[in-house]
Design a binder for this molecule. Structure first.
Ligand code: C2O
Ligand code: CU
Length: 460
């Protein structure tokens, strides 16, 4: 036997063994370590038992990963779950192989195994990370965290708060309802929870003096709920959406944030000393406080409206001569699918599709197929008019590149990576296919994603 070869094999075997020990450091270990594993957290108020979740680093939401724009990002995912997983870095313009889509950009990471992610942080902004395997169950069980990329010159504020909005479907003993993806959720609005949290607690409490200027990084990590936030005793401006700075900060009275969307806000506390400033979540049966600030301490002078954040280096979008690829959203309860729909390469009768747990389609096709929905040349500009013929809202997300909405007057909306489209709405997006590879294009309401609203595009 060749001794050199045996030595090499022994070495490889040793490393593979070491990889199952979470947090073990050796030469070349990357910057962040992210272990996905079962954990117990106090999610419901103190008199309820702890909730068994799946979490990154034992906490819900996962640890905030934070670096400077332009730096190299390195993270090792260690899979401590009993099923395959990956990490998708939502909203980052990164190399395709780092996008975390199992079976498309990488092999799924098996239980006990690990995967190293490494990419340059091109854009500053508020991003988040979550699994892209068995997404409905894995995200709903608690796997989600925030990735902040700091700009070289951040805006002047007194403090920053990261607010991860989420909702949970809890049983009476505060455990996660064990059914993920039942037919009702899939064919209606998704897995809506019965308990709303910010950063893993029912109501977040803070204390700031009147006049305090805050930067809020708000992330909707829920798999179905569209949040509508209102601000009481505060004056709020939007400065970035889905990580990308808006051209001009805009006053916001009510902020709509669909699943996976983010907003950076500058907020001035205007309530009187001794009063409360509140961020409320508008729900069907009332408005609930999610963040309560008791206004206390030495008052600060009122400031001018905030400046725009430094822009990220985004492509120039020219609509003239751009190709149009229309997308029609169909299916779901109340409206239903057309009689025949393509699924996995063959034409299916609608009852057979429902039987297979497929309730939605894009352009008459449920789920992904061999051919992409859009094939774009590198650098090509593509317009996608989307028509929502369903009775439900959808949160459409494109991987790998940001897009802008083409507004009815022909103008362009802010750069985003996720757009909420309500029932019977028609909304058009346009993007420059600037990032080569195969990229997912899907509804971020995870129950819809798994039951038909999932497709992909190919660039280059
Ligand atoms: Cu936030 Cu395809 O994902
Ligand atoms: Cu949807």
């Amino acid at each position: 036997m060749d001794p050199t070869r045996r030595d090499v094999m022994a070495l490889v075997g040793g490393l593979a063994g070491a990889q199952v020990v979470p947090g073990l450091a050796w030469a070349g270990a990357p910057g962040h370590s992210l272990t996905a594993a079962p954990a117990e957290v106090q999610l419901a108020p103190g008199d309820y038992p702890k909730t068994r979740v799946w979490a990154y680093g034992g906490q819900v939401p996962g640890p905030v990963l934070r670096q400077q724009q332009g730096e190299m990002f390195e993270a090792r995912l260690v899979n401590g779950l009993e099923q395959e997983t990956t990490v998708h870095w939502h909203g980052l313009r990164l190399p395709n192989a780092m996008d975390g889509v199992p079976g498309m950009t990488q092999a799924a990471v098996r239980p006990g195994e690990s995967f190293d992610y490494r990419f340059a942080l091109r854009d500053a902004g508020t991003f988040w990370y979550h699994p892209h395997a068995n997404s409905l169950e894995q995200i709903s069980r608690g796997l989600a965290g925030v990735l902040v990329v700091d700009e070289a010159e951040p805006p002047e504020v007194d403090a920053e708060e990261i607010l991860v909005l989420d909702d949970w479907r809890l049983t009476e003993d505060a455990q996660l309802h064990p059914e993920f993806g039942n037919r009702h959720d899939m064919s209606h609005a998704g897995r809506l929870g019965n308990y709303i949290t910010v950063n893993g607690v029912g109501e977040m409490r803070r204390s700031y003096p009147r006049g305090t200027r805050l930067r809020l990084r708000v992330v909707n990590a829920a798999t179905a709920r569209v949040f509508r936030l209102v601000f009481q005793g505060m004056k709020a401006w939007t400065v970035a959406l889905d990580a990308m700075p808006v051209e001009r900060p805009e006053r916001v009275e009510q902020l709509e944030l669909g699943p996976a969307q983010r907003a950076d806000l500058i907020v001035d506390i205007t309530a009187e000393t001794g009063e409360e400033a509140v961020i409320g979540s508008v729900e069907r049966d009332g408005t609930y406080a999610t963040v309560a600030v008791s206004v206390d301490g030495a008052e600060q002078a009122v400031r001018e409206a905030p400046q725009a954040l430094p822009p990220n280096d985004l492509p120039v979008l020219v609509l003239k001569d751009a190709r149009q690829v229309p997308l029609v959203m169909q299916g779901g309860a109340m409206r239903g699918l057309p009689e025949q729909v393509m699924w996995k390469g063959s034409k299916m009768e609608v009852w057979a599709l429902y039987e297979a747990g497929q309730f939605w389609a894009f352009n008459g096709q449920a789920g992904m197929d061999g051919a992409p929905l859009i094939e774009a040349a590198l650098g090509e500009t593509v317009r996608v008019p989307m028509e929502n013929r369903t009775a439900f809202s959808h949160s459409m997300h494109l991987h790998g590149q940001h897009f802008r909405e083409v507004l009815p007057g022909g103008g362009l909306g802010p750069w985003r990576d996720t757009l909420v489209i309500h029932p019977d709405e028609s909304r058009e997006i346009a993007f420059v296919a600037e990032n080569p590879g195969d990229w997912m294009f899907h509804c971020h309401m995870a129950a819809h994603q798994m039951s038909g609203m999932m497709n992909w595009i190919r660039v280059g």
